[in-house]
Write a protein that binds this ligand. Structure first.
Ligand SMILES: Cc1ncc(COP(=O)(O)O)c(C=O)c1O
Length: 446
């Protein structure tokens, strides 16, 4: 590999990263895995549901795991792939860190870029997680007293906190658009967002593709197009997108965001510690990693690809994830999980006589359904009430699912992945009915 390309930085004998990314497919030589790969064909396509956990996940059957949206849950084969690489690396650390790391990581980027329909592998950067990428963006943008920043109230809490702090320190103006729930017609919401975007000369606009607290799918391509007409750079947090919806980057340029962030360790089932930063080819934004090392001034990919000595095997394990998602077909998986989420939420609405937070047309495999106690105490619940019920589900029923307090009402946020099946949601439905029974009894005793 080193004979094909020019070394660019550090002691690495395997760079130049930027040149490796530029090579046409037929000139790029993939290094093969130093161990045999899992043979999915021998599994004969197991039906989604119960059998999936035994074969492809490590979930403890004692628990009903309906919270894939929190920290994901790893594909067993991808975890094993990363462990096999750890053993390989430690047998001769210099072989890997000095000679193989960049060709192997560039290979992963090239595969993921193809999988997602990017124009070029240069659109994609591997990061530990969305938070690392987000910090890198915020520290790279020139936010100052002339900046006007557009965000939505659904923005991930940690990021809103951080942006507020930055705006306070720099005197930048922060505009927060408020979405009201429940959402019945997303087009009306989008029209209001557009009006707000037009009302000011915004320097940057931030959107969640799928918000985590109150999940719904925002039509971001439409909003990116609108921002492009207004000349507002668009940054999208898609932490929940990869593996939960059919994320693609092969749209016409004007419909694409300047920057898009997604996690691979959530719905794509990679080992923890890998995400993607997508950068549109002609974006004017210049982003540096918030941790700088040898790649400094050698190009964006070189800067991001080495952020110090760490375990890079979660990045490499994307190879295994792509093999799995391709074998079972990402579109089929997403359709099945979305349908299960619809069926499960219909079932809970019927069991509890309540409602969904968002309509089916903008909901993926993660949805909120109102709890029946909200019927008696509309808007009057505290954060602690959600925590108490979530703890009861965890301790008394072995059900792992988050309870959310949205505008003073209690909701359960269910997730559906290929290891889930409808009976699990029925058990959740019954557990909540029991909890409510106890809740009412307690109130009567007072
Ligand atoms: C919408 C959203 N953005 C960002 C993040 C942060 O992800 P990570 O901790 O992997 O960086 C999360 C985590 O749950 C999230 O839900």
């Amino acid at each position: 590999m080193s004979s094909m390309v020019r070394r660019d930085f550090g002691s690495f004998h395997s760079s130049n990263v930027e040149e490796l990314l530029d090579l046409p497919d037929d000139c790029f030589i993939s290094l093969s895995e130093p161990f045999p790969l899992y043979d999915y064909k021998s599994d004969d396509k197991i039906p989604f549901g119960r059998g999936m956990n035994e074969k492809y996940f490590l979930l403890d059957n004692k628990y009903i795991f309906l919270n894939h949206g929190a920290f994901g849950c790893v594909l067993r084969q991808a975890l094993e792939y990363s462990h096999l690489f750890q053993y390989y690396i430690e047998k001769q650390p210099l072989r890997f860190y000095d000679r193989e790391i960049f060709p192997r990581l560039v290979d992963v980027i090239r595969k993921m870029a193809k999988f997602l329909g990017c124009t070029t592998p240069k659109n994609l950067i591997l990061v530990e997680n969305v938070t690392f990428a987000w910090n890198s963006i915020i520290t790279s943008l020139n936010i100052d007293d002339k900046s006007h920043i557009f965000i939505m109230n659904t923005m991930y809490g940690a990021y809103k906190k951080y942006l507020k702090k930055i705006c306070l320190e720099t005197d930048a103006k922060l505009y927060e658009f408020s979405i009201e729930f429940p959402i019945d017609d997303i087009n009306k919401v989008v029209d209001k967002i557009k009006l707000a975007l037009k009302s000011n000369k915004f320097t940057y606009a931030f959107f969640d593709h799928i918000s985590s607290q109150s999940p719904f799918i925002l039509p971001i391509n439409d909003l990116c197009y609108y921002c492009k007409q207004l000349n507002i750079p668009c940054i999208i947090d898609g932490a929940h997108a990869l593996g939960s919806i059919n994320l693609r980057f092969d749209y016409e340029d004007d419909y694409l965001p300047d920057i898009y962030l997604t996690n691979c360790h959530k719905w794509f089932c990679a080992p923890k510690g890998v995400g993607l930063l997508y950068m549109k080819s002609n974006s004017k934004l210049i982003i540096h990693p918030c941790i700088q090392s040898h790649g400094i001034d050698s190009g964006m990919h070189s800067e991001f690809l080495w952020t110090g000595l760490k375990d890079y095997t979660s990045f490499l394990a994307l190879n295994e994830c792509v093999r799995f998602w391709s074998y079972y077909d990402i579109k089929i998986i997403i359709d099945r999980n979305t349908k299960l989420a619809k069926d499960a939420s219909d079932l809970l609405v019927e069991m509890w006589n309540t409602s969904k937070l968002t309509s089916d047309d903008i909901s993926g495999p993660m949805r909120c359904i109102k709890l029946p106690m909200s019927n008696d105490n509309n808007g009057g619940f505290k954060y602690d009430d959600a925590e108490i019920i979530q703890n009861q589900l965890h301790h008394d029923y072995n059900i792992e699912v988050p309870i959310k307090n949205i505008d003073g009402n209690l909701y359960v946020r269910i997730s559906t992945h290929i290891h889930n099946y409808i009976e699990q949601y029925e058990q959740l439905g019954n557990a909540i009915i029991e909890i409510i029974g106890k809740w009412h009894q307690k109130q009567e005793n007072f």
